[in-house]
Every structure is written in C-alpha cells, then in structure tokens.
Design a protein around this ligand. Structure first.
Ligand SMILES: C[S@@+](CC[C@H](N)C(=O)[O-])C[C@H]1O[C@@H](n2cnc3c(N)ncnc32)[C@H](O)[C@@H]1O
Length: 298
C-alpha cells in the first residue's frame, strides 16, 4: 500500500468479479453525479463532456486506433476513469465477445447509458481508493488522460491496483499528455506556468506523460513499449494541429476558474494569455507530446 493514499477494497470474489451492478445506488435519472470530492481539476459539465469526446476522436486519429497493446480476443476490458465512455463504446463494438467495464467517480445519466451496447457496464468508484474488482479479472486495463486527476505520489499505487486486477499475460495501457511544450511563445509559457503552479497545489505533475514508461517498468510489467506522439498545435500542423489547438482552447476555458484561484493570477491576465497563445503556437511552431505506454503482467 502506498503512502498518502487511503485504500478501500470492495470484497470481490471469483464468483462476483465486481462488475455485475450496472449502476450504483446513487444512480440518478437526471444527469451527472459525483461520488466524493477528489483532487480532480476539471469540471464535469456538458461543455467539458463534449470536449472529452472531441479529445477521444483526436487521440484515435493520432494512434490510428483505440489501443496499441497487442490484444488478441480479450474477454474482459476495463477503462479506468472512463469519462463519457466513448472509448468503451467503441471497444465494446469491436470486441462483442468481451465485457467492457468502465469506472469513474461520476456516473453517466441514464439516458446516455441506454445508448451503450449490452456488453458495456459501469461502476462508480474513486480510483484513488482502489478498484472494486477481484484479482486477475481483466485481460486489458486501459487508462487515459488522468494528468489532472491523479496526484504524482499516487501513480505507483494506482498501477499496482491495475496489476492486481489484470490477468497474468494481460495488458495494461496508459495514455497521457506532457505539458512541457516544444517551442512555446512567451504568452504560452506564462499560461503553462500558471497551469503547472495550480497542478503543483493539487500534487499533479504536468510532465507525467514522459514518466509513464519508467512508472510501468518500475511497477514490474514485462514487454514494456513506450510510444511518443509529437503533435503540432495550430493550423501550421494541418488538420490534426487545428483539432489539438481547439482541444487545448477548450481545456484552457474549463481550467480557468481553478487555475486563476490556485496560481493567484487574475482572470484578465489569464484571459490575455489564453487569447494570444493560439496565434503564438502558429508563429513559433509549438508542439506537444502525447505518450502511450503499455506492458504485460507477468
Ligand atoms: C480528462 S477525463 C478523461 C476521461 C477518459 N479517460 C477519456 O480519455 O476520455 C478524466 C476522468 O477522470 C475521472 N476522475 C477524476 N478523478 C477520479 C477519481 N479519483 N476516481 C475515478 N474517476 C476519476 C473524471 O470524472 C473524468 O471522467
């Protein structure tokens, strides 16, 4: 067990793998609902949910698919902190024989849930307190974009928990961004410094992307592969650069209230940097790295 993290384990056994309930008792007919307070830095409003879907399509295009690990025919797939469930939905269609389970601190609305294929299910849980599944339940455990959700000191324990619930020879894949941009202009540097400062206040590391490979090596996974995707930001990078710029603009808007509070910067100053950085990215030819790492449980 890691320091600084409270763990809980729902009792799960081989006969109750832990995904049987589609919904928790706290289910709601009327929209999104959060379980507990977590250090997560982004809001869960509808604008942010649309951004997450947009970001999903961006990442699928970058990777030319939804995963990189050499899967054959997984029977059980877990998406850790599944957000809107877009990734799960597509995986469930691609692998109709598999149970595809998503966990998140926030539930989907019932209306959204109805749109998922029958081999999808959800559990509400706080991943900083453990994963409510039996040992060796999943063939593939996937986790993406938790840079603003998992404090740096919690990453090793999060990974150990994923290893626990992944079957021997099963795969774990992590995807995250690295917010140390290449060739940033002066306003971009300012905005990134404020975001970095705010992240530090919450214990998050804006350079987590480049550390994922070392983290899964240290955790003891085999056949580790690290892929870095360096993506231009802005129209200078063509369509994909334009999509990434729009995604970052959306993220800056959603991060603004928290960053201005935690980094003690005025909304006007932050707004100025946020308005200028995109133009700058085209002038300075700024780019950003995304990392996808995967490894196999011994
Ligand atoms: C940036 S979104 C990424 C969602 C999804 N993985 C994707 O790639 O679209 C981060 C997600 O983590 C969830 N989250 C944050 N902290 C969490 C926690 N402690 N336990 C479970 N989920 C958490 C949020 O509710 C949100 O859905």
């Amino acid at each position: 067990m890691s320091k600084g993290m409270q763990w809980f384990r729902k009792k799960a056994s081989k006969t109750d793998p832990g995904w049987q309930s589609q919904r928790s008792d706290e289910d709601s007919q009327s929209g999104l609902q959060s379980l507990t307070s977590t250090p997560y830095m982004l809001p869960k409003d509808f604008r942010e949910m649309s951004r997450l879907d947009f970001q999903h399509y961006f990442m699928r295009q970058v990777m030319s698919g939804n995963y990189l690990a050499p899967l054959s025919q997984p029977r059980a797939v877990l998406d850790v902190a599944c957000g809107t469930g877009r990734w799960m939905h597509e995986m469930a269609l691609q692998f109709p024989q598999a149970q595809v389970v998503g966990v998140d601190v926030t539930l989907l609305s019932n209306e959204d849930f109805q749109k998922f294929p029958p081999n999808c299910s959800f559990r509400q849980c706080d991943i900083l307190r453990g994963l409510p599944f039996a040992e060796q339940t999943f063939d593939f455990c996937h986790q993406r974009f938790l840079i603003f959700a998992v404090p740096f000191t919690s990453w090793p324990a999060i990974l150990q928990e994923q290893i626990r619930i992944t079957r021997s020879k099963g795969w774990i894949e992590l995807t995250d961004s690295d917010l140390q941009f290449h060739n940033p202009g002066p306003e971009t540097v300012k905005a990134l410094q404020w975001i970095s400062l705010a992240c530090e206040q919450r214990g998050m590391d804006v350079r987590i992307g480049r550390k994922l490979g070392a983290l899964i090596q240290t955790a003891g996974l085999m056949n580790v592969t690290v892929r870095r995707f360096s993506i231009p930001i802005g129209t200078w990078g063509g369509r994909i650069g334009d999509i990434l710029a729009k995604n970052f603009s959306g993220a800056l808007t959603t991060l603004k209230p928290l960053v201005t509070t935690l980094a003690h910067v005025s909304e006007e100053e932050f707004g100025r940097a946020a308005d200028t950085w995109l133009k700058e990215c085209n002038v300075y030819q700024t780019s950003c790295d995304f990392y996808v790492v995967f490894g196999q449980r011994p």
